[in-house]
Design a protein around this ligand. Structure first.
Ligand SMILES: Nc1ncnc2c1ncn2[C@@H]1O[C@H](COP(=O)(O)OP(=O)(O)OP(=O)(O)O)[C@@H](O)[C@H]1O
Length: 426
């Protein structure tokens, strides 16, 4: 490829970048997960349009460092080969100066063999930041390609706190008026979801629809050599319609008419690797049993809304459950804690989420949008108490749209936490 074209492209990209200021963006907590003084590549992965590039720029700008930037998702770079990457490096030094120590490569996975180049730069002591949503930048492949020399940061769409900041809603003043505003904002968040761009778009349905379509046709199909787009779309739609439900493989094979349950398991895995769905496994002390009975959630609650034939206000309950799961992933992944669901042998009294660290249960969490009636409250509490007796875990939490308080059943104490308070906790 012509080295002048590369130089000109990087120069243009720097100019575009200079028009952007951090004040235009919502500050996100994940900034703290990107390390600057390290020999490991910082790899930000996550669903398309979740704000990965913006997060990297924000981090590097906040740190006040000079950094080189190349966006490979540029049509002028479409034919770039791995052997052209030396021209890219030369152009970075020409544009940003010879002293540049930090380089941010956006969507570098578009170039086959990119990891050889990145490994070389890491050996030279440069600090590298990379993003990718494309299924080519799979977690499993990162491990092979960068052989331990990377820190993976998973980014989801906006959290409820980010969403409030974006909408300029005060989160720290608990006046009655503000609490009412927050309550409405929570419902809006559960319906609209957290894609940063969505609030300002008139055609939300079109936006979400084309996102799902792009994930399936541009990320998954070419990466995993799948020809049947319809089968994947039907399955994705089914999973979206059934978030938090136990997947019945036999039934799925029959109703969706997609090959065997092995094919379905593979497809679910592809959807998860492209970050569209978040699978959850049943908690068990036996690790072999943790592979069975998957449930899935969706990467953004807006995807539950902006599809044909669904009422926007439908069932805030499973939206809240889904939003809590996403928040649990945000908080627990950096701590290397796992999230499961709990299902006793009797299959009655499930608990939505189990937080575990190296096999030890740290917390049991039940989510219920509305615990207004004594019957519902008692059902949710007794599921927690039963699971507590089985697992020995004493930290029991019920997240609900109600006042924060303590409840006691037998000798056990349960923290009932307002969903707003829990979602906004730092
Ligand atoms: N923190 C933020 N505050 C406000 N808007 C944001 C924020 N982060 C991202 N956005 C907006 O969301 C859109 C997508 O952001 P960005 O390009 O950073 O996402 P991405 O995950 O890198 O996307 P892709 O997967 O397409 O590469 C952009 O319009 C951006 O301006």
């Amino acid at each position: 490829m012509d080295s002048n074209v590369i130089y000109k492209t990087i120069l243009d990209q720097r100019e575009e970048l200079s028009l952007m200021t951090n004040e235009d963006f919502v500050y996100r907590n994940e900034v703290n997960q990107i390390s600057l003084n390290t020999k490991q590549a910082q790899v930000v992965i996550g669903v398309r349009r979740s704000g990965k590039s913006t997060l990297c720029h924000m981090t590097l700008r906040n740190a006040g460092v000079v950094y080189g930037y190349v966006n490979f998702d540029d049509d002028r770079m479409a034919n770039l080969m791995v052997e052209d990457l030396n021209f890219v490096l030369e152009a970075i030094y020409r544009v940003y100066g010879n002293d540049v120590k930090h380089i941010f490569f956006d969507e570098i996975q578009n170039v086959n063999g990119w990891h050889l180049f990145i490994n070389r730069l890491l050996r030279q002591g440069l600090h590298i930041v990379i993003t990718g949503s494309n299924a080519r930048l799979l977690s499993s492949e990162l491990a092979t390609h960068l052989t331990g020399r990377y820190n993976e940061i998973r980014l989801f769409p906006f959290s409820f706190r980010d969403y409030c900041v974006a909408k300029e809603i005060e989160t720290d003043i608990p006046t009655t008026k503000n609490m009412a505003l927050l309550k409405n904002t929570l419902d809006e968040y559960l319906i609209e979801g957290g894609f940063p761009e969505i609030a300002s778009l008139p055609d939300k349905q079109g936006y979400v629809g084309s996102l799902i379509d792009a994930i399936i046709t541009k990320d998954i199909m070419p990466r995993f050599h799948i020809r049947n787009a319809n089968a994947l779309k039907t399955l994705a739609n089914h999973l979206i319609n059934n978030v938090g439900q136990i997947i019945n493989m036999k039934e799925l094979v029959e109703t969706l008419k997609i090959g065997s349950d092995k094919t379905i398991r593979n497809y679910i895995d592809f959807l998860a690797q492209a970050f569209l769905i978040v699978p959850l496994t049943k908690f068990s002390y036996k690790s072999s049993e943790r592979l069975r009975s998957n449930k899935t959630y969706i990467v953004d609650t807006g995807m539950l809304t902006f599809r044909p034939n669904l009422l926007a206000t439908e069932n805030l309950g499973w939206r809240l459950e889904n939003a809590v799961l996403l928040e649990l992933q945000r908080r627990n992944m950096p701590l290397c804690r796992d999230v499961f669901y709990y299902r006793p042998v009797s299959r009655l009294k499930e608990v939505d989420f189990v937080i575990a660290e190296r096999g030890n249960v740290m917390e049991l969490i039940q989510v219920s949008y509305d615990i207004g009636t004594p019957k519902t409250l008692s059902r949710e509490l007794s599921a927690l108490v039963d699971a507590s007796r089985k697992t020995g875990c004493k930290k029991l939490t019920l997240i609900a749209c109600s006042e924060t308080r303590k409840e006691k059943i037998s000798d056990m104490e349960i923290n009932v936490i307002s969903a707003i308070e829990w979602l906004l906790a730092r």
